[in-house]
Design a protein. Structure first.
Length: 270
Protein backbone atom coordinates (compact mmCIF):
# COMPACT_ATOMS: atom_id res chain seq x y z
CA UNK A 1 0.00 0.00 0.00
CA UNK A 2 1.19 3.51 -0.80
CA UNK A 3 0.02 6.96 0.13
CA UNK A 4 0.48 10.51 -1.08
CA UNK A 5 -0.90 13.94 -0.28
CA UNK A 6 -2.87 16.07 -2.72
CA UNK A 7 -5.05 19.13 -2.13
CA UNK A 8 -4.89 18.76 1.62
CA UNK A 9 -5.79 15.07 1.87
CA UNK A 10 -3.69 11.95 2.38
CA UNK A 11 -4.85 9.35 -0.14
CA UNK A 12 -4.06 5.64 -0.06
CA UNK A 13 -3.66 3.24 -2.96
CA UNK A 14 -2.41 -0.20 -3.95
CA UNK A 15 0.23 -0.64 -6.66
CA UNK A 16 0.42 -4.19 -8.05
CA UNK A 17 2.29 -5.77 -10.93
CA UNK A 18 5.60 -5.03 -12.62
CA UNK A 19 6.84 -1.44 -12.50
CA UNK A 20 7.34 -1.43 -16.27
CA UNK A 21 3.91 -2.87 -17.10
CA UNK A 22 1.24 -0.94 -18.96
CA UNK A 23 -0.51 1.15 -16.30
CA UNK A 24 -4.17 0.54 -15.47
CA UNK A 25 -6.02 2.65 -12.90
CA UNK A 26 -9.27 1.20 -11.53
CA UNK A 27 -11.58 3.55 -9.63
CA UNK A 28 -14.19 2.20 -7.24
CA UNK A 29 -17.75 3.47 -7.03
CA UNK A 30 -19.88 4.78 -4.17
CA UNK A 31 -19.83 3.81 -1.33
CA UNK A 32 -16.95 1.35 -1.66
CA UNK A 33 -13.17 1.31 -1.53
CA UNK A 34 -10.21 0.02 -3.51
CA UNK A 35 -10.67 -3.59 -2.38
CA UNK A 36 -13.71 -3.80 -4.68
CA UNK A 37 -11.20 -4.24 -7.52
CA UNK A 38 -9.07 -6.94 -5.86
CA UNK A 39 -10.07 -9.75 -8.27
CA UNK A 40 -9.26 -7.55 -11.26
CA UNK A 41 -6.05 -6.13 -9.81
CA UNK A 42 -4.67 -9.60 -9.11
CA UNK A 43 -5.56 -10.90 -12.58
CA UNK A 44 -4.14 -7.86 -14.36
CA UNK A 45 -0.92 -7.90 -12.34
CA UNK A 46 -0.47 -11.59 -13.13
CA UNK A 47 -0.83 -10.72 -16.83
CA UNK A 48 1.98 -8.16 -16.61
CA UNK A 49 0.07 -4.92 -16.11
CA UNK A 50 0.84 -2.36 -13.42
CA UNK A 51 -2.43 -1.80 -11.58
CA UNK A 52 -3.19 1.21 -9.39
CA UNK A 53 -6.31 1.05 -7.23
CA UNK A 54 -6.84 4.21 -5.15
CA UNK A 55 -9.16 4.83 -2.26
CA UNK A 56 -10.99 7.97 -3.34
CA UNK A 57 -10.85 10.87 -0.89
CA UNK A 58 -13.47 10.20 1.75
CA UNK A 59 -13.49 6.44 1.15
CA UNK A 60 -11.53 3.50 2.49
CA UNK A 61 -8.34 4.62 4.20
CA UNK A 62 -8.11 8.00 2.44
CA UNK A 63 -8.81 11.19 4.35
CA UNK A 64 -12.18 12.90 4.19
CA UNK A 65 -12.81 16.20 2.48
CA UNK A 66 -16.09 17.45 3.90
CA UNK A 67 -18.77 19.48 2.15
CA UNK A 68 -18.82 18.73 -1.56
CA UNK A 69 -16.24 16.95 -3.70
CA UNK A 70 -16.73 17.38 -7.44
CA UNK A 71 -15.88 14.60 -9.87
CA UNK A 72 -13.24 16.98 -11.23
CA UNK A 73 -11.44 16.79 -7.87
CA UNK A 74 -11.52 13.00 -7.93
CA UNK A 75 -10.24 12.98 -11.53
CA UNK A 76 -7.41 15.32 -10.68
CA UNK A 77 -6.55 13.08 -7.72
CA UNK A 78 -6.10 10.24 -10.23
CA UNK A 79 -3.80 12.45 -12.29
CA UNK A 80 -1.85 13.28 -9.13
CA UNK A 81 -1.52 9.57 -8.38
CA UNK A 82 -0.04 9.01 -11.84
CA UNK A 83 2.38 11.86 -11.19
CA UNK A 84 3.27 10.34 -7.83
CA UNK A 85 4.23 6.98 -9.32
CA UNK A 86 5.90 8.51 -12.37
CA UNK A 87 3.36 7.33 -14.94
CA UNK A 88 2.43 9.44 -17.95
CA UNK A 89 -0.52 7.72 -19.59
CA UNK A 90 -2.83 5.04 -18.29
CA UNK A 91 -5.86 2.98 -19.02
CA UNK A 92 -8.43 4.51 -16.66
CA UNK A 93 -11.50 2.58 -15.65
CA UNK A 94 -14.22 2.66 -13.07
CA UNK A 95 -17.58 1.31 -12.03
CA UNK A 96 -20.67 3.48 -11.46
CA UNK A 97 -19.40 6.76 -9.94
CA UNK A 98 -15.91 5.46 -10.70
CA UNK A 99 -16.88 5.23 -14.36
CA UNK A 100 -18.01 8.85 -14.26
CA UNK A 101 -14.68 9.78 -12.69
CA UNK A 102 -12.96 7.95 -15.57
CA UNK A 103 -15.04 9.97 -18.04
CA UNK A 104 -14.15 13.15 -16.17
CA UNK A 105 -10.47 12.16 -16.27
CA UNK A 106 -10.72 11.71 -20.04
CA UNK A 107 -12.44 15.10 -20.34
CA UNK A 108 -9.78 16.87 -18.27
CA UNK A 109 -6.70 14.84 -19.19
CA UNK A 110 -7.25 13.39 -22.67
CA UNK A 111 -3.52 13.19 -23.42
CA UNK A 112 -3.01 10.99 -20.36
CA UNK A 113 -5.85 8.60 -21.23
CA UNK A 114 -4.67 5.51 -23.08
CA UNK A 115 -8.06 3.78 -22.97
CA UNK A 116 -11.27 3.79 -20.95
CA UNK A 117 -13.02 1.01 -19.06
CA UNK A 118 -16.57 2.07 -18.20
CA UNK A 119 -18.57 -0.36 -16.09
CA UNK A 120 -22.21 0.10 -15.12
CA UNK A 121 -22.22 3.87 -15.40
CA UNK A 122 -24.07 6.75 -17.02
CA UNK A 123 -22.86 9.60 -19.24
CA UNK A 124 -25.56 12.34 -19.10
CA UNK A 125 -25.54 15.14 -16.54
CA UNK A 126 -27.65 14.67 -13.43
CA UNK A 127 -31.33 15.57 -13.71
CA UNK A 128 -32.97 18.07 -11.37
CA UNK A 129 -34.76 15.21 -9.65
CA UNK A 130 -31.50 13.30 -9.34
CA UNK A 131 -29.79 16.32 -7.79
CA UNK A 132 -32.50 16.57 -5.16
CA UNK A 133 -32.32 12.84 -4.40
CA UNK A 134 -28.52 12.84 -4.06
CA UNK A 135 -28.52 15.85 -1.77
CA UNK A 136 -31.30 14.37 0.34
CA UNK A 137 -29.36 11.11 0.61
CA UNK A 138 -26.27 13.05 1.67
CA UNK A 139 -28.29 14.67 4.46
CA UNK A 140 -29.62 11.28 5.52
CA UNK A 141 -26.21 9.60 5.64
CA UNK A 142 -24.82 12.41 7.78
CA UNK A 143 -27.77 12.10 10.16
CA UNK A 144 -28.14 8.30 10.28
CA UNK A 145 -24.87 6.73 9.17
CA UNK A 146 -24.37 4.09 6.50
CA UNK A 147 -26.01 0.98 7.99
CA UNK A 148 -29.63 1.44 7.01
CA UNK A 149 -28.73 2.66 3.54
CA UNK A 150 -26.43 -0.32 2.97
CA UNK A 151 -29.17 -2.77 3.92
CA UNK A 152 -31.66 -1.04 1.63
CA UNK A 153 -29.50 -1.04 -1.51
CA UNK A 154 -27.62 -4.34 -1.34
CA UNK A 155 -30.17 -6.04 -3.62
CA UNK A 156 -29.65 -3.27 -6.18
CA UNK A 157 -25.87 -3.11 -5.93
CA UNK A 158 -25.88 -6.84 -6.64
CA UNK A 159 -28.48 -8.64 -8.70
CA UNK A 160 -31.14 -9.56 -6.14
CA UNK A 161 -30.59 -13.28 -6.71
CA UNK A 162 -26.87 -12.92 -5.97
CA UNK A 163 -27.47 -11.61 -2.45
CA UNK A 164 -28.38 -15.17 -1.49
CA UNK A 165 -26.53 -17.08 -4.23
CA UNK A 166 -23.20 -15.34 -3.48
CA UNK A 167 -23.27 -14.72 0.29
CA UNK A 168 -19.52 -14.08 0.55
CA UNK A 169 -19.76 -11.38 -2.13
CA UNK A 170 -22.80 -9.84 -0.48
CA UNK A 171 -21.04 -9.79 2.89
CA UNK A 172 -17.96 -8.14 1.36
CA UNK A 173 -20.01 -5.46 -0.41
CA UNK A 174 -22.09 -4.77 2.71
CA UNK A 175 -18.94 -4.48 4.83
CA UNK A 176 -17.46 -1.90 2.45
CA UNK A 177 -20.63 0.17 2.46
CA UNK A 178 -21.02 0.09 6.23
CA UNK A 179 -17.38 1.02 6.80
CA UNK A 180 -17.51 4.13 4.61
CA UNK A 181 -17.31 7.46 6.44
CA UNK A 182 -20.70 9.18 6.00
CA UNK A 183 -18.95 12.54 5.60
CA UNK A 184 -16.99 11.28 2.61
CA UNK A 185 -20.03 9.61 1.07
CA UNK A 186 -22.12 12.75 1.51
CA UNK A 187 -19.46 15.00 -0.02
CA UNK A 188 -19.20 12.76 -3.06
CA UNK A 189 -22.97 12.63 -3.48
CA UNK A 190 -23.20 16.42 -3.46
CA UNK A 191 -20.37 16.74 -5.96
CA UNK A 192 -21.71 14.02 -8.21
CA UNK A 193 -25.05 15.82 -8.37
CA UNK A 194 -23.24 18.65 -10.19
CA UNK A 195 -21.51 16.48 -12.78
CA UNK A 196 -21.43 17.61 -16.42
CA UNK A 197 -22.66 15.76 -19.49
CA UNK A 198 -19.93 13.48 -20.85
CA UNK A 199 -21.59 12.53 -24.13
CA UNK A 200 -19.83 15.15 -26.23
CA UNK A 201 -16.36 14.24 -24.97
CA UNK A 202 -17.08 10.53 -25.42
CA UNK A 203 -18.17 11.10 -29.00
CA UNK A 204 -14.87 12.90 -29.63
CA UNK A 205 -12.76 10.24 -27.93
CA UNK A 206 -9.65 9.13 -29.78
CA UNK A 207 -9.00 6.19 -27.48
CA UNK A 208 -10.67 2.78 -27.30
CA UNK A 209 -13.23 2.04 -24.61
CA UNK A 210 -14.47 -1.15 -23.02
CA UNK A 211 -18.07 -0.70 -21.89
CA UNK A 212 -19.23 -3.39 -19.44
CA UNK A 213 -22.60 -3.86 -17.78
CA UNK A 214 -24.29 -6.50 -15.69
CA UNK A 215 -27.23 -8.03 -17.53
CA UNK A 216 -29.49 -7.37 -14.54
CA UNK A 217 -28.23 -3.94 -13.43
CA UNK A 218 -31.20 -1.90 -12.20
CA UNK A 219 -29.27 1.33 -11.55
CA UNK A 220 -27.60 1.67 -14.96
CA UNK A 221 -29.25 -0.93 -17.19
CA UNK A 222 -27.97 -2.41 -20.42
CA UNK A 223 -29.57 0.42 -22.40
CA UNK A 224 -27.30 2.96 -20.65
CA UNK A 225 -24.23 0.93 -21.60
CA UNK A 226 -25.44 0.60 -25.17
CA UNK A 227 -25.84 4.38 -25.31
CA UNK A 228 -22.25 4.92 -24.17
CA UNK A 229 -20.92 2.31 -26.59
CA UNK A 230 -22.78 3.97 -29.45
CA UNK A 231 -21.07 7.28 -28.70
CA UNK A 232 -17.42 6.21 -28.51
CA UNK A 233 -15.97 5.68 -32.00
CA UNK A 234 -13.90 2.65 -30.89
CA UNK A 235 -16.00 0.90 -28.27
CA UNK A 236 -16.39 -2.72 -27.21
CA UNK A 237 -19.60 -3.60 -25.36
CA UNK A 238 -19.75 -6.61 -23.03
CA UNK A 239 -22.90 -7.66 -21.17
CA UNK A 240 -22.07 -9.88 -18.18
CA UNK A 241 -24.72 -12.50 -17.46
CA UNK A 242 -25.50 -13.35 -13.86
CA UNK A 243 -24.64 -9.90 -12.54
CA UNK A 244 -26.18 -6.61 -11.48
CA UNK A 245 -24.47 -3.28 -10.80
CA UNK A 246 -21.12 -4.76 -9.73
CA UNK A 247 -20.21 -7.43 -12.30
CA UNK A 248 -16.53 -7.29 -11.36
CA UNK A 249 -17.48 -8.56 -7.90
CA UNK A 250 -20.40 -10.79 -8.87
CA UNK A 251 -18.82 -12.50 -11.89
CA UNK A 252 -15.08 -11.77 -11.63
CA UNK A 253 -13.97 -14.48 -14.06
CA UNK A 254 -16.29 -13.23 -16.80
CA UNK A 255 -15.40 -9.60 -16.11
CA UNK A 256 -11.68 -10.37 -16.07
CA UNK A 257 -11.86 -12.29 -19.34
CA UNK A 258 -13.45 -9.27 -21.04
CA UNK A 259 -10.97 -6.85 -19.50
CA UNK A 260 -7.88 -8.91 -20.26
CA UNK A 261 -9.03 -9.52 -23.82
CA UNK A 262 -9.64 -5.82 -24.38
CA UNK A 263 -6.23 -4.86 -23.00
CA UNK A 264 -4.51 -7.56 -25.01
CA UNK A 265 -6.06 -6.21 -28.20
CA UNK A 266 -5.76 -2.49 -27.49
CA UNK A 267 -3.13 -1.87 -24.79
CA UNK A 268 -0.53 -4.65 -24.75
CA UNK A 269 2.14 -4.63 -22.09
CA UNK A 270 5.65 -3.61 -23.20
Amino acid sequence: MGRFTVDGAVLHYDDLGPADGAVVVLVHGHPFNRTLWRPQAQALAAAGHRVLTPDLRGYGESEVTEGSVLLARFADDVAALLDHVGAGRAVVGGVSMGGQIAMEFHLRHPDRTRALVLSDTSAPAETDEGKSLRNALADRLLAEGMGGYADEVIDKMLAAYNVTALPDVADRVLAMMRATDPRGAAAALRGRAERPDYRESLAAARVPALVVVGADDVYTPVAAAESIASLVPDATLVVVDGAGHLPGAEQPERFNAALLGFLRDHCPTP
